[in-house]
Design a protein around this ligand. Sequence first.
Ligand SMILES: NC(=O)c1ccc[n+]([C@@H]2O[C@H](COP(=O)([O-])OP(=O)(O)OC[C@H]3O[C@@H](n4cnc5c(N)ncnc54)[C@H](OP(=O)(O)O)[C@@H]3O)[C@@H](O)[C@H]2O)c1
Length: 165
Amino acid sequence: MDLIVAADLGCAIGRKNGLIYSLPEDMKYFRRMTAGKTVVMGQNTFLSLPGPAPLKGRTNIVLSADREFEAPGCINVHSFDEMFAAIAGYPPEDVMLIGGASLYNSLFRCCRRAYVTWVNARALDAEVFIPDFRALPEWEEESMSGPVETGGYTVRFAVYRNRAI
Ligand SMILES: NC(=O)c1ccc[n+]([C@@H]2O[C@H](COP(=O)([O-])OP(=O)(O)OC[C@H]3O[C@@H](n4cnc5c(N)ncnc54)[C@H](OP(=O)(O)O)[C@@H]3O)[C@@H](O)[C@H]2O)c1
């Protein structure tokens, strides 16, 4: 499994169960990197999607502790064991963890690569954060794009590799 996330310089990724920044180029990148793959997300992230509805052209797996909750059109799982069983049949490079904060923080060590879009900003009212892949000893930077202007911000697309896997 790999993960994909957009974070600012303070590793902030969300507030009020939504994104902080609206970044068209990052949305394009996200669509390209997840197209045809299996995406894994938590209940809050699913509820933050338009609809809410599953992402088209991808197999959607939604993790929730609430057994009454059912995300329509998705594979619903209720524990990490169920989640790992659900992804077991897919090649690891075809499974993308897409959030949110709870899942990134619990599962990043199980990911081989982290695709991090760094936003050159620092939100003051952020509520949820990811680990700082720039500073984790097991993670090495594989690539970093040049600056891209989008949505009024400068972003860079980074790829980190987990040396522990
Ligand atoms: N910037 C980005 O790239 C990006 C991407 C995705 C999401 N986000 C942001 O992240 C925020 C949402 O993150 P979040 O942490 O609130 O929610 P989340 O990670 O999307 O979902 C958390 C859900 O997963 C369940 N869960 C977690 N671990 C579980 C386990 N071991 N077994 C069963 N269920 C489990 C939780 O249940 P319990 O609470 O009952 O434990 C909760 O229902 C939003 O602001 C969203 O916009 C940002």
